[in-house]
Design a protein around this ligand. Structure first.
Ligand SMILES: [Zn+2]
Length: 263
């Protein structure tokens, strides 16, 4: 009977966890063993999310899109733990947008530079707090793109890769917090349009971009499922959708690895 129960529970448990996918833009889940206190783990000098799973601790490491494949090192206390970063191929994506989003004029460039500093600070934000990590609930129910990491061309010009997941949704659809968190930053930014950043603790940050309306303020604490705004088409878009991005240890990782699987 016990064995049967374990068998029945296993798929549920498996579905509720982030996915180990140690490629550039992916996530490495590195076991850290058993100890009373959470070990301090760092990747590339940055603190990494450490969460408990049963008796042991796990490091949930975000792997940058430009990380070299092969051996990578996690520094845990005074030890080094290696893991292997495996290759992954990303596609190309060609999009047509208003010219101002490809060649912004000088005043826009100034605005963009200011915003990038603010956005970078949000993406790399780290707050020490216990995190019980489980798979994220979808922020809206629509179809999910698999374009994370795609090499992008806007109006035929090469740009940086797509660092999020686009989810289909029509203007006005409510966006719900996929996990409890605190509102870290909101604003109307040049490229992301109306955007909300949520801080879930230990460097897990999520972004919701191109919103029609923002329904929260900096410092608001949201429970899982709380509405933070509505889907729109603000910023650099080709139509209404939600750009959903997830960051771990300051790097964008494929949201598909953190989300509950599509129904
Ligand atoms: Zn996007």
């Amino acid at each position: 009977m016990k064995r049967l129960l374990a068998f029945l529970l296993l798929p549920l448990f498996a579905a509720a966890q982030p996915t180990h996918a140690p490629h550039p833009g992916g996530i490495a889940i590195v076991p850290l063993g058993v100890s009373e206190q959470a070990p301090d783990a760092r990747f590339d000098g940055k603190p990494v999310l450490v969460t408990r799973a049963g008796d042991e601790w796990l490091a949930i490491v975000g792997i940058p899109l430009d990380q070299a494949t092969g051996t990578a090192n996690l520094v845990v206390g005074d030890q080094r733990l290696s893991f292997t970063v495996v290759p992954h191929s990303y596609r190309e994506q060609h999009l047509t947008v208003a010219p101002k989003f490809v060649n912004p004029d000088p005043s826009a460039q100034e605005r963009i530079a200011d915003e990038q500093r603010e956005i970078a600070a949000a993406m790399t934000h780290y707050r020490r707090s216990p995190v019980t990590l489980r798979a994220l609930q979808p922020p809206i129910p629509g179809a999910r793109s698999d374009s994370f990491g795609s090499r992008r061309f806007f109006n035929k010009e090469p740009h940086s890769p797509h660092r999020g997941m686009d989810i289909k949704g029509s203007t006005g659809t409510e966006i719900k917090a996929p996990l409890a968190g605190t509102v870290l930053l909101t604003g109307d930014f040049y490229f992301t349009g109306n955007a909300v950043f949520l801080d879930h603790g230990q460097g897990l940050v999520t972004l919701y971009a191109h919103l029609d309306s923002i329904g929260v303020e900096i410092g608001d604490r949201l429970n899982t499922g709380a509405v933070l705004g509505t889907v729109g088409a603000t910023g650099r878009v080709t139509g209404a959708h939600l750009h959903f991005a997830t960051y771990l240890n300051g790097t964008a990782v494929d949201p598909a690895l953190l989300l509950e699987p599509s129904p």
